[in-house]
Design a protein around this ligand. Structure first.
Ligand code: GLP
Length: 241
């Protein structure tokens, strides 16, 4: 595992954007796995800027998001689809048909899981997965207690996570109760993982990845088993290392 600790938020965002750019240069037909959320927002914006300024080419790339809120439409500003398009996918020259975010409105939602799996297979698997974490160590929507061999799933979102997402939805009671998510096994199948975290609230989860113990109560702790893991954090997230 490689750990990169950045002094400032700006340096953190820039480093993340450079890693995205490097992947596109290294393998022009890369498949990116993409987390949404506050942590990745600026790094995606900077990656889009680097595309504009330096002409980094994404025309052969593919992307697949990590998760989506169940019951939330792609047009809803709070959906992962809307936010990833707004900050990154609409700003680079990736082909829309080569991007995938689970459809939060599919009925029954279980049908979306087969499509999710198929899409990643069709895209040739994920080369670089950009993975955020929750303060309780959740990855994707795999909350504490999720089995390590879990695969594409409709995952209950914990009360704690719903409280943390209250600002996005205008109240914790308005945050969906379920997410459509890659399972822990699917996350571990990515060829490379870039795990990103900022802030003191994530320090305990980061400590558990680096020092253990490995436990289903802290889903992110298993990521340390991945053979090609880069952890990009700021000083605050690194404060318990
Ligand atoms: C949500 C998403 C995750 C994301 C995490 C961190 O729970 N399901 O995919 O990584 O939040 O979000 P943030 O970066 O806003 O802290």
């Amino acid at each position: 595992m490689k750990i990169i600790v950045m002094e400032t938020t700006e340096a953190f965002d820039r480093q993340g954007a450079l890693i995205i750019m490097r992947q596109a240069l290294k393998k022009p037909d890369s498949t990116f796995g993409l987390a949404t959320g506050d942590t990745t927002r600026n790094m995606y914006a900077l990656a889009a800027e680097l595309h504009r300024e330096l002409g980094v080419d994404y025309s052969l790339c593919k992307s697949c998001n990590l998760d989506e809120y169940a019951g939330v439409s792609a047009e809803d500003k709070r959906s992962c689809r809307y936010r990833i398009n707004e900050v990154l996918l609409d700003k680079i020259n990736i082909k829309p048909e080569n991007t995938y975010v689970p459809n939060g409105l599919r009925e029954p939602p279980e049908e979306e899981l087969a499509l999710f799996k198929e899409k990643i297979e069709k895209f040739g698997g994920i080369d670089l997965l950009i993975l955020g974490i929750g303060t309780n160590g959740h990855i994707g929507f795999n909350e504490p207690g999720t089995p390590l061999d879990s695969s594409f799933r409709i995952a209950p979102i914990s009360e704690k996570t719903r409280k943390e997402k209250a600002a996005l939805f205008g109240g914790s009671e308005l945050v969906p109760k379920f997410g459509i998510s890659m399972g822990i096994r699917d996350i571990m199948m990515a060829r490379e993982i870039l795990l990103v975290a900022k802030g003191r609230a994530k320090a305990e989860a980061i400590r558990s990845i680096v020092h253990g113990p490995m436990t289903v109560d802290m889903p992110a702790s298993v990521v340390r088993l991945h053979p090609d893991l880069v952890i990009l954090i700021d000083k605050d997230a690194a404060s318990l290392l």
